[in-house]
Design a protein around this ligand. Structure first.
Ligand SMILES: Cc1cc2nc3c(=O)[nH]c(=O)nc-3n(C[C@H](O)[C@H](O)[C@H](O)COP(=O)(O)OP(=O)(O)OC[C@H]3O[C@@H](n4cnc5c(N)ncnc54)[C@H](O)[C@@H]3O)c2cc1C
Length: 365
């Protein structure tokens, strides 16, 4: 099945609530439908025209929860409608390993939280800390989504793509994906113009293996005072309880895009050289921070934004969420340029106060 819409509204396709249009919005179910769309003369022509202007030939979206369309999009927007979770077997995985892990092939259009719910129901460990992160499977593998000490790259066996240039399937092993903090090779122009994720093979654990280091999760489960050894030998908390705790924490501190337009964390947390960190901590002894490695420290961008006085403040119809300064929100009817202006002001203020340049995590299109 494929649906091609000309001059299509993208309002239902972005969680920021931007009322913008795409010249073409093409949605597809199977790889065959995708191929037909890419070979359609009108679509191929638009893609070529965009390329000649030095832009990406198309933009593939998921559920639009990490995007900011800065205006009407003059080219082709693609979206995958295929949903499904399938258990797969691989001959090259030893039978000993087969007892410990389960491989799941998830189609790109499947909602990520549906994968988390499926795994929690079937006793499969790994995705539970990433529960309730909005968006689809394809995007999750591109973005390397992360929360509460887990990144999806920890769970990825293979990312299966359609190679637009070669007109055939291409499989990237997890280690070939160039994963880092909210980073992968598919975020960069050369690969973004070439590969479309059609499904992802996840490796999840059959044996009980929870990641409970994050203090907030322990607190939500009421197990702050239970030692690691006791937790390792106990059958509590259950997988479902961890998933529910993560959902409770997230619902308490992040705005629901169905009620307030937003795209989650607008900025990445900057990772700085320790020399920069040492100078800052001397000036701001209460500054929260996380050691990344011997030479680098991560500083929460939300804390810096708050120190600049932006928490809960508005600029026009764009605002900074009152419970989490990393999140920019649409107070109602905001235009893309209002969000962009707020972003610019915040970046300038953080740079002036802390000498650190923060960068958007959100894809600015
Ligand atoms: C309230 C809220 C909370 C959030 N919390 C978190 C969080 O805790 N952790 C976190 O990491 N993120 C978080 N996010 C951000 C967002 O949920 C993730 O980035 C998510 O992966 C985006 O999924 P999406 O389907 O909406 O993708 P989109 O926003 O539509 O697209 C994201 C990127 O993926 C690309 N893409 C999408 N589908 C494909 C495909 N099939 N093939 C190739 N490229 C594709 C797009 O081109 C784009 O570059 C949050 C967002 C919101 C609104």
């Amino acid at each position: 099945m494929k649906k091609i819409n000309i001059d299509a509204s993208l309002l239902p396709y972005n969680t920021f609530g931007m009322d913008v249009k795409a010249a073409v919005l093409a949605e597809y179910d199977t790889v065959n439908d995708l191929r037909e769309i890419l070979n359609d003369p009108m679509i191929a022509g638009l893609m070529q025209a965009e390329k000649e202007k030095g832009r990406l030939p198309f933009w593939h979206i998921g559920s639009g929860s990490n995007l900011l369309f800065q205006g009407d999009y003059p080219g082709v927007v693609l979206h995958c409608l295929a949903k499904g979770i399938h258990i797969v077997q691989k001959n090259d995985v030893s039978s000993a390993k087969n007892d410990e892990i389960c491989l799941l092939e998830v189609e790109a259009g499947t909602l990520w939280d549906d994968v988390c719910a499926y795994c929690a129901e079937h006793g499969l460990y790994g995705p539970e800390n990433l529960s309730l992160i909005p968006g689809e499977m394809g995007a999750a593998a591109v973005q390397n989504i992360g929360a509460y000490g887990v990144e999806i790259s920890d769970l990825i066996d293979e990312v299966i793509c359609w190679d637009v240039e070669e007109g055939k399937e291409h499989r990237f092993g997890g280690e070939e994906m160039g994963y880092g903090y909210r980073e992968s090779r598919l975020k960069h122009a050369a690969d973004k113009a070439r590969y479309i994720v059609t499904s992802v093979v996840l490796k999840v654990q059959k044996a009980r293996k929870l990641r409970l280091e994050y203090a907030g999760i322990k607190r939500a489960l009421g197990i702050e005072n239970i030692g690691e050894t006791d937790l390792a030998t106990s059958d509590k908390p259950t997988l479902q309880e961890v998933r529910e705790a993560v959902i409770r924490i997230r619902e308490g501190k992040l705005p629901d895009p169905k009620k307030i337009g937003n795209a989650g964390s607008f900025f990445k947390n900057p990772v700085v050289e320790n020399s920069v960190f040492d100078a800052l901590i001397a000036q701001y002894p209460d500054m929260p921070h996380y050691v990344v490695d011997q030479n680098h420290t991560k500083i929460p961008a939300g804390w810096m934004i708050e120190q600049c006085g932006w928490k809960g403040k508005d600029l026009g119809r764009a605002g900074v969420y009152e419970k989490q300064s990393l999140v920019l929100v649409n107070r109602g009817g905001a235009k893309p340029e209002e969000i962009v202006m707020l972003c610019k002001k915040i970046v300038e203020d953080v740079e002036e106060k802390f000498g650190i340049h923060i960068e958007p995590e959100v894809n600015m299109i």
